[in-house]
Design a protein around this ligand. Structure first.
Ligand code: FAD
Length: 468
């Protein structure tokens, strides 16, 4: 069987038979499908990655089978990409160097549920974990809006925060990730367990430095959350209300998102349910907080259009309102018009309303802001995931500069290497652990700009660069 990626001389037919009876996918059309994620959100990444494919997909059903896959990859020097649900936005799961794609979705057991924690295998779907937690009165401390497709391993390796992060912070905050078990990519794959702060050696490393097999995560008490939608005459009023609700001392929302009125026009399923041509606030609150919430909305000049329990929302045929938050917002626009893209922007001073107003005036009709309130280090902060009407890479760069000029930090979502988009600088601890657990550099190495410059150093020498 010829190499689908065209990047190696490995006899993939032989590899597949060697891996039997482990399930493999060899059909080139299906292998190409499993080589994609949601990188197409970015026209720049789409051009860059649409022609990158793996050579063979393997779907182990147990840790024993997974170990055999890793052993074989090590023996034949094959690049490896670990794939969960393939919902990453930066092409994290695209096998740029070709080789083996190991899909984890069949290693998916929920192993233990305790008071305040859940221990799961990495391929478990996030929606399945939340469903299993519900009868215990708990839910994940945060989850991405892609919970029906995304795996917990993919979230921990590729994601950062989600619905719930307003209450509990980002994944990296102390106590949210309790333990991560990984396997090395070596002749005899061995397990390494990371606990307390050391989980950050693996978290958000895009699968470059170990294969996550098991995760223990924080869970929190669940409520009969009310899905709330409120509308405002101006973006600034909606933002001010969002901040007041997020900071309200007597109210504990798990989500507060602000969406520009022009984006809301792309939400047909809300048509008739919220006032049209108004800026939108999306939230989940506890039923007992409804009066306080409504008062805060009114004080900011807003109007509470909907406050629905899950059952009422289902009956009204309205999707989960988190599908109008985080990167689902971008998806709703892209469903209608593929010329849209997005960016990731940090709001360093959440109280600087003037900066947001000036920024929006400067951006005009080309960029429509959308803010998510989130807690960092216990303090309410915000990120902006704006819709951008893309015309060229050069213009996108100019738009980035407008954000920067107004004091906002761009975490570029159009770069396929972790140092630029995801981490904003080199994480030498990640790379030191890559050297320890993936000495041949086979795991998703193309996603690290810095790996080639440190791969010949010892783990200790690499780690020393973090301090230096
Ligand atoms: P994949 O895309 O399959 O993989 C992501 C990365 O993790 C890849 O680098 C892969 O190699 C690595 N990986 C996967 N499994 C393992 C493993 N077992 N061991 C080691 N490495 C592994 N992200 C957020 O953080 N918050 C959000 O709210 C959010 N909303 C989104 C909304 C939409 C509509 C979309 C398209 C994306 C969103 N994302 C969000 C990004 C993405 O959904 C999340 O990061 C998601 O959790 C990824 O899970 P996955 O199983 O699809 O991972």
């Amino acid at each position: 069987m010829a190499s689908i990626s065209g990047k190696n001389q490995i006899n993939w037919e032989e590899v597949a038979s060697h891996l039997a009876p482990i399930e493999v996918i060899q059909n080139p059309a299906l292998v190409k499908k499993k080589s994609r994620d949601y990188f197409w959100y970015s026209p720049i990444l789409n051009d860059e990655l649409k022609g990158s494919f793996g050579d063979l997909v393997v779907i182990p059903k147990s840790i024993r089978e997974l170990k055999l896959c890793l052993h074989v990859a090590y023996q034949i020097n094959s690049p490896v990409v670990i794939r969960g649900g393939g919902t990453g936005n930066y092409g994290q799961a695209v096998p740029v160097d070709g080789g083996l794609i190991i899909e984890t979705t069949s290693i998916n057991q929920i192993l233990e549920i305790g008071n305040g924690y859940v221990r799961v295998q990495a391929g478990a779907l996030i929606a399945d974990i939340n469903a299993a937690l519900k009868p215990t009165g708990q839910e994940m401390a945060m989850f991405p809006s892609t919970q029906k497709i995304a795996t917990v391993g993919g979230f921990v390796a590729g994601g950062s925060s989600g619905i719930g992060s307003l209450a509990t912070g980002a994944l990296r905050e102390p106590g949210n990730l309790i333990e991560i078990k990984v396997l090395s990519l070596s002749n005899e794959p061995r397990e390494h367990v990371f606990t307390s702060d050391d989980v950050l050696n693996i978290h958000h490393a895009w699968g470059i430095n170990g294969v996550i097999t098991e995760i223990t995560l924080r869970c929190v008490k669940t409520h009969n959350w009310l899905a709330c939608l409120a509308t405002f005459d101006s973006y600034e009023a909606a933002y001010r209300a969002g901040l007041a609700v997020s900071r309200g001392s007597k109210i504990n929302p798990k989500l507060v998102s602000i969406v520009d009125a022009r984006i809301v026009e792309y939400f047909p399923r809300l048509c008739g349910h919220v006032r049209s041509k108004h800026d939108l606030l999306v939230s989940y609150i506890c039923p007992q907080d409804l009066m306080i919430f409504n008062a805060l909305i009114k004080e900011s000049g807003g109007h509470l259009d909907l406050a629905l329990s899950d059952q009422d929302r289902d009956a009204a045929k309205i999707p989960h309102v988190f599908e109008f938050s985080y990167n689902h917002t971008t998806l709703q626009v892209l469903k209608v018009d593929r010329r849209a893209t997005y960016q990731q922007v940090g709001v360093d001073n959440v109280d600087n309303f003037d900066a947001i107003t000036r920024l929006r005036a400067d951006l005009g009709d080309e960029v429509w802001t959308h803010h998510e309130f989130i807690r960092f280090g216990g303090k309410v902060s915000a990120i902006d995931l704006p819709i951008i009407w893309f015309s060229s890479p050069e213009r996108l760069q100019k738009i980035n500069e407008i954000f920067t000029k107004h004091g906002f930090t761009v975490y570029d979502a159009h770069i396929n290497q972790i140092e630029a988009g995801g981490l904003h600088n080199t994480n030498f601890k990640h790379l030191a652990w890559k050297k320890r657990l993936d000495p041949k550099g086979l795991l998703n190495s193309a996603k690290s700009a810095a790996w080639n410059s440190v791969k010949d150093l010892s783990p200790e020498e690499i780690e020393a660069k973090e301090i230096g």
